[in-house]
Design a protein around this ligand. Structure first.
Ligand SMILES: [Fe+2]
Length: 364
C-alpha cells in the first residue's frame, strides 16, 4: 500500500550524532492513505485502543512514532471513543520513550494550567498534562495577553503557525490532539512540512540559515499570570523547563533526532520573537521569507477537517501547524484535548542531510 518513499529500505548513515531509527513492519497491516506526497498519513479505520491492546504494542507504537516523524503528522479518522484520557497520555509519552527521547523527560505541563479559563475536560476534571483546547475559552484567554490582535484588526492567519512549546528549552516532540466536539463547519488544522521547507531553500540560503539561531520569547505567559494572579507551572516536562523567562534560543534549522533529516524549525511562527545576530530589518525579512515559503507552497501542507472523535498525532520536530479561527462564523465551538511530550534540546547536526537527499529524491 502506498508508494511514498520512506527510510525503511535505506542503510542508516553512521556518522550522525544520533543514529536514525528504521521503521519495522508491525503496522503495515493498517489501512492508510497518504494525505499528500510530502506530508501526512490518514488511517481511516485503525483503532489506537487495538494497538495498545496488541501483544506487540510497543513494537507497533515505535513504528507509529517513526512513521509520524517521517510523514510529519498522522490522522486517525475513526472516532477513538474507547480511548481514555490516561491512554491518550500514555501513547503520547510512549512514542517519545520508544524513540530515544531523554529518559528524564515526560509530558508537558502547560505554563497556564492554573488559568481559570483552562477548562476542565468533559468528565469535569482537570489534568496538568492535558490541555483542553476550546475556541471560546481561548478568545477570553487571549484577551488578557499583550500584543494579541483584536477582531477589529485585519485578519492575518499567518501568525497562527507554530511548533508546540517552542518557548521551552526542551520543546515538544509528539503532540496528540483528540477532537471531542466540532463546529458545523470550519476549525480545520494545517501542518506544514519543515523538511520540505528546508529542501526548498537554495544551497546558499541553506548554508546561511544553518548559521542562525532564534530567540523564542513568549512574555504573554507572564502577563497572563500577572493579570490572573496565579503562578506559572514548573517544572514542565523536563528538568530544564523550570524558568519563568520563556526565552530559549533554538536553531533556525534543526536535525530531527529520529529521522536524522534537517528541518526548518525556529525560522518563523507564533513563538519566534527574534532571529539573532542580524539587524531588526533583516530579522523581519527572514521571518517573512520563511512564512512566505509556507504560505506559497501549499503542497507542503496537510489539512485536517475534523470529525468528532478523530485524532491527530504529529512531530513538532519537523512540522509547524496552524489552527483556523473561523468557528465564530458558524456560531460553533471546537473542543479538543491535547497531550504533548517533551523532547531533547534541539540541535543541528552538520553531518545530517535534508529529507530529499536522504531518500534519494530529486531536489525540488
Ligand atoms: Fe499547537
Amino acid at each position: 500500500m502506498g508508494s511514498v518513499p520512506d527510510s525503511s529500505a535505506l542503510p542508516a548513515p553512521s556518522q550522525l550524532r544520533v543514529a536514525p531509527l528504521k521503521r519495522g513492519s508491525s503496522i503495515d497491516h493498517l489501512e492508510y492513505v497518504d494525505v499528500s506526497p510530502i506530508i501526512g498519513r490518514e488511517y481511516p479505520t485503525a483503532s489506537l485502543k487495538e494497538i495498545l491492546d496488541a501483544p506487540n504494542a510497543d513494537e507497533q507504537l515505535r513504528d507509529l512514532a517513526i512513521t509520524i516523524c517521517e510523514r510529519g503528522v498522522v490522522f486517525f479518522r475513526r472516532a477513538q471513543d474507547d480511548l481514555s484520557i490516561d491512554e491518550q497520555k500514555y501513547i503520547t509519552d510512549r512514542l517519545g520513550q520508544l524513540t530515544g527521547r531523554p529518559k528524564e523527560n515526560g509530558l508537558h505541563v502547560h505554563p497556564l494550567y492554573n488559568d481559570p479559563n483552562n477548562l476542565p475536560m468533559a468528565n469535569g476534571k482537570t489534568d496538568a498534562n492535558i490541555y483542553v483546547i476550546n475556541s471560546e475559552a481561548q478568545k477570553k484567554l487571549y484577551a488578557t495577553m499583550k500584543n494579541r490582535p483584536t477582531n477589529t484588526e485585519p485578519r492575518d492567519l499567518g501568525r497562527e503557525w507554530h511548533s508546540d512549546s517552542l518557548f521551552e528549552t526542551c520543546p515538544s516532540d509528539f503532540s496528540f490532539l483528540r477532537m471531542e466536539s466540532t463546529p458545523p463547519a470550519g476549525g480545520d488544522t494545517l501542518w506544514a512540512s519543515g523538511y520540505e521547507i528546508y529542501d526548498r531553500l537554495s544551497p546558499p540560503f541553506r548554508a546561511f540559515f544553518e548559521t542562525l539561531t532564534a530567540t523564542c520569547a513568549q512574555p504573554v505567559f507572564k502577563s497572563a499570570c500577572d493579570a490572573g494572579d496565579y503562578p506559572v507551572m514548573s517544572p514542565r516536562g523536563a528538568p530544564q523547563n523550570v524558568d519563568f523567562e520563556f526565552q530559549p534560543v533554538h536553531p533556525v534549522v534543526r536535525t530531527h533526532p529520529v529521522t536524522g533529516w534537517k528541518s526548518l524549525f525556529a525560522g518563523v511562527g507564533l513563538h519566534v520573537s527574534r532571529i539573532n545576530g542580524v539587524s531588526s530589518y533583516e530579522d523581519q525579512m527572514l521571518r517573512e521569507y520563511c512564512l512566505r515559503l509556507i504560505t506559497r507552497n501549499h503542497d507542503c501542507i496537510a489539512r485536517m477537517h475534523w470529525t468528532r472523535g478523530a485524532c491527530a498525532i504529529w512531530s513538532n520536530e519537523c512540522t509547524l501547524h496552524a489552527a483556523t479561527p473561523d468557528t465564530h462564523l458558524v456560531d460553533g465551538v471546537r473542543t479538543g484535548v491535547r497531550a504533548s511530550g517533551i523532547g531533547g534540546v534541539p540541535y543541528l547536526d552538520p553531518a545530517s542531510t535534508g529529507r530529499r537527499e536522504a531518500l534519494g529524491l530529486p531536489q525540488y
